[in-house]
Design a protein around this ligand. Structure first.
Ligand code: NIG
Ligand code: FE
Length: 410
């Protein structure tokens, strides 16, 4: 089926046939190629052609016509870091933090990730799937067109498999690209608090072979952090993942300069994510690599921590991706429009930089850059149609307003 969208106020993030934009770095992140007063033609799920209204060939036939007067059209958000599959929300911990406890204190008393793992034990796969699909549909409504989802609330074989099977069903049935990361190394279960080695062996010898055997994961993730998994432990876990063909995508430097960036780069990680604390050494380490720094300002906002140093990274010439980190503890929202507002207001990214970070760079952080992330002939017809708004900057400016009319994925 062919659909012709006409009178589009602006198409943002266009890419010509001659370009091959895999990722946008440093100063290049400030520009977004834009077509004014435009049309776009899709056919059977792909972008067939686009151009300016003045050049529209009147005999372009389509099965379906849509007039988008006053609206912007841009690639759907690519959210490359989420924990969307979880059993229950954790608003009591949110209240405890308001009353003075820290995220780390809550984790030490057995809350946080362990709290989610307790709740995961009693939830059956079907219920987990149904409620995760509701969350995914909500993310689509705010413009998300592809996302990565992690396990990591099972913390034992059956629980991890349950989560990953749910992610597989979301891949099959959500209609959008979904990637799965295996994150058994999210925290130590209580039973292993005094015996870290045994849990690492459990992951490497028992869980990994089953997870890979069932084809359930695209990536290997580890929460590399003081009090969680050390750089040496992360190194061993990533090494084991690599033996099974899983590339790395890890949590690093959320709370401390934990050595996670260096170990991620050593393993050619697709991305290192969080990065609230970054020194020059880590910036230099990333400069010599293809690893994508992925910033999660929603977690910094919700935990009232300092924001990631986006300017330092971009000004050093690095690419930056932005993601939601959607999870019940540190960011209970999948709304990428709010993430963009935070990036602009708190991290001083320009709206154009934020757009690049949530589209082509987010796609690259899931290795989807050949099908997603820009408006290009032959790419997936996955895009956002905004409500009538003046321009791109209006999206982060009018924070909290829902400016997404539709996310199209045909
Ligand atoms: O990315 N930092 C580790 N993992 C998640 C939070 C998980 C949770 O609190 O449930 C994050 O912020
Ligand atoms: Fe996370």
């Amino acid at each position: 089926m062919r659909t012709l969208y006409s009178n589009i106020k602006q198409i943002l993030q266009t890419e010509s046939d001659l370009e091959d934009k895999k990722i946008v770095k440093g100063a290049e992140m400030k520009s977004v190629s834009t077509l004014e007063d435009a049309w776009l033609l899709t056919e059977d799920g792909l972008i067939l052609d686009f151009g300016q209204m003045k050049d529209l060939n009147t005999d372009h036939h389509a099965d379906h016509y849509e007039d988008l007067t006053g609206r912007l059209l841009l690639p759907a958000w690519c959210d490359s870091h989420t924990h969307l599959v979880f059993a229950h929300s954790r608003e009591q911990e949110f209240v405890d933090r308001i009353l003075g406890m820290t995220y780390e204190e809550i984790a030490r008393r057995g809350g946080g990730i362990l709290n989610s793992a307790e709740k995961m034990k009693t939830m059956d796969e079907e219920t987990l799937y149904q409620q995760s699909m509701v969350r995914l549909e909500e993310a689509k409504k705010t413009g998300t067109g592809a996302l990565e989802i992690k396990s990591g609330y099972g913390l034992e074989l059956e629980g991890e498999l349950k989560m990953l099977r749910v992610i597989r069903r979301l891949k099959e049935n959500s209609g959008i690209p979904v990637k799965a990361s295996f994150l058994a190394a999210h925290t130590y279960p209580l039973a292993y608090r005094e015996n870290h080695e045994a849990y690492i062996q459990e992951i490497i010898e028992k869980m990994l072979p089953r997870v890979v055997g069932e084809g359930l994961a695209d990536y290997m993730d580890v929460f590399c952090e003081r009090g969680f998994f050390s750089p040496d432990e992360t190194d061993r876990l990533l090494e084991a993942g690599a033996k099974y063909g899983l590339k790395a995508k890890i949590h690093a430097n959320q709370l401390y300069n934990s050595g996670g960036v260096q170990v991620g780069v050593k393993h050619h990680a697709v991305s290192v994510d969080h990065l609230e604390t970054m020194d020059d050494e880590e910036v230099n380490c990333l400069l010599g690599s293809n690893t994508i720094p992925t910033l999660l300002p929603g977690a910094a906002f919700f935990l009232a921590m300092h924001y990631q140093p986006a300017r330092k990274l971009i000004d050093a010439g690095l690419p930056v991706a932005l993601a939601s980190d959607y999870n019940p503890g540190s960011c209970p929202s999948s709304n990428m429009n709010f993430i963009i507002s935070l990036a602009c207001t708190q991290m001083k990214m320009t709206p154009e930089e934020a757009l690049n970070a949530c589209t082509i760079n987010g796609a690259a952080a899931m290795e989807l850059q050949d099908e997603m992330g820009s408006i290009k002939r032959g790419k997936r017809a996955s895009f956002i149609i905004t409500k009538p708004i003046p321009n791109l900057a209006y999206i982060p400016y009018a924070f909290g307003s829902n400016l997404i009319e539709r996310m199209i994925d045909v």
